[in-house]
Design a protein around this ligand. Structure first.
Ligand code: ADP
Length: 452
């Protein structure tokens, strides 16, 4: 099977990223957009576009019947869900297939299994991968939560089973805090995910977030494409990512990759996916699997030279992977900075018109963004407006290049996280690669030794 035309069910930089892969493969693209997004770059560059509804995401980018209608009238072969929105919605994936379009992603069943963090943990544990110690299934009462926390030992973290984006998580340091944490996590989960089911896990004190990229075809071939370190986070959300992780040596890297590859091989999984781990005191603990492309996928592309979206599309067309594990070579170091339209200190969203825009360039510099001078950043959607990705022969060169690229980058008219990234790139702990998932929040509170 080959695809002639793909509908991209997303917006912003990720829609553009998918469009680029399609164009290079000679595949036509159909952009969908809300009324507010008619001037967006992904709409301007796509071969065709269909307006599917008003600004609010629930009436457009999340509206399944509107998307399927757009796919039908534009006669596409396949739908790429991108990142966020419907990308991990099993019902959407199933409906796409029922309407005889190919879904560029895993089977609805695998999306469903991994979309529920408890089933995900059970499945992965049964495949021989260690998971963070936690409650058996969802918590049905405070009594059960207390018993489970006592068994695991404090501190514990209450997490939403259908959580995402760092929401619905609350830490309890002792039994008296547990009731309140349980209540807050449940209400946050219910508001954000329409499901108030929560579970409990040991809260790790100083872990790093390390994740493994995999890709699998429908012939049983599975490759791991190395790890990414996403420990620099704020409110459990990634801010800066790098590959490879400065915390792993070659032996651990190979062990981790192989462990994941073998487990996924047993699942009959198809497409790209990421297994996320917390890494503490030399041990890996699985936390969740994302059954889609990830925002930080470009750093893996930079160190492997593999176009992940192209491979994703090839797998969806039923083609076998052309590479074997031994062909994958990891070259140099890559860092991605998430540039959100937010105030760099208060993190308040900063929508508005871009008055001046200049992107950095030169060897090893990549910008994935739909921004342009005159573009209006909208208040309705995610504040991630650009990703600056830099590659170097080694970590030190990569950081030097990153500083240079950040200095060249001009985005005027709105506040962005550019100043925060400039600061991070000069912080001694960051330069030394010594940080855990709490480091960035401590830095923001002035609790770490500052750069000279
Ligand atoms: P989400 O799906 O909302 O992104 P994750 O389960 O992937 O949630 O966790 C997001 C982040 O929250 C992790 O990268 C880590 O920083 C933090 N976190 C999650 N579970 C734990 C835990 N058991 N102990 C400490 N931190 C955790």
């Amino acid at each position: 099977m080959t695809f002639k035309k793909i509908l991209i069910a997303n917006r912003g930089e990720i829609a553009l990223r998918i469009h680029r892969a399609c164009q290079e493969m000679g595949i036509g693209t159909v952009a969908i957009h809300s009324t507010a997004d008619s001037e967006a770059m992904h709409v301007r560059l796509a071969n065709e576009s269909v307006c599917i509804g008003p600004a609010a995401a629930k009436d457009s980018y999340l509206k399944i019947p509107a998307i399927l209608s757009a796919a039908t009238i534009s006669a596409v072969d396949a739908i790429h869900p991108g990142v966020g929105f419907l990308s991990e919605n099993a019902e959407f994936a199933a409906m796409v297939e029922e309407h005889h379009f190919a879904f560029i992603g895993p089977t609805p069943e695998h999306i469903r299994i991994m979309g529920d963090k408890i089933t995900a943990k059970e499945t992965i544990k049964n495949l021989g991968i260690p998971v963070v110690p936690g409650s058996e299934g969802t918590l049905t009462s405070l009594k059960e939560a207390l018993k489970s926390a006592e068994h695991i030992g404090y501190p514990v973290i209450i997490k939403a089973t259908s959580g995402g984006g760092g929401k619905g998580m609350k830490v309890a340091y002792n039994s008296s805090e547990l009731e309140e944490s349980l209540r807050l996590a449940k209400s946050e989960a219910s508001v954000n995910f329409g499901n108030d089911e929560v579970y409990l896990e040991k809260y790790l004190g100083k872990p790093r977030h390390i994740e493994v990229q995999i890709i699998a075809d429908t012939f049983g071939n599975v490759l791991h494409l190395g790890e990414r370190d996403c420990s620099l986070q704020r409110r459990h959300q990634k801010v800066w990512e790098e590959a490879p992780s400065p915390a792993l040596d070659e032996t651990r890297r190979v062990q981790l990759g192989e462990m994941v590859r073998q487990a996924i091989s047993k699942m009959g999984y198809r497409g790209v996916g990421t297994l996320e781990f917390l890494y503490e005191k030399g041990k890996f603990y699985f936390i969740e699997m994302n059954t889609r492309l990830q925002v930080e996928h470009p750093i893996t592309e930079m160190i492997t030279g593999i176009d992940l979206v192209r491979e994703q599309i090839r797998v969806a067309m039923g083609k076998p992977l052309t590479l074997r594990q031994e062909d994958i070579k990891f070259l140099g170091h890559a860092i991605e900075c998430r540039i959100n339209a937010e105030h760099p200190e208060t993190f308040m969203p900063s929508p508005g018109r871009i008055t001046e825009y200049h992107t950095p360039g030169g060897l090893g510099v990549r910008v994935d963004s739909g921004l342009y001078s005159g573009y209006q950043i909208l208040p309705y959607y995610d504040s991630l407006v650009s990703k600056l990705i830099v590659h170097g022969d080694n970590r030190q060169q990569c950081i030097q290049r990153l500083r240079r690229a950040l200095d060249e980058y001009v985005i005027s008219g709105v506040e962005t996280l550019l100043p925060l990234h400039k600061r991070l790139a000069t912080e001694p702990d960051v330069i030394a690669g010594q940080y855990d998932i709490h480091w960035l929040e401590k830095m923001l509170k002035g609790e770490v030794d500052q750069a000279a």
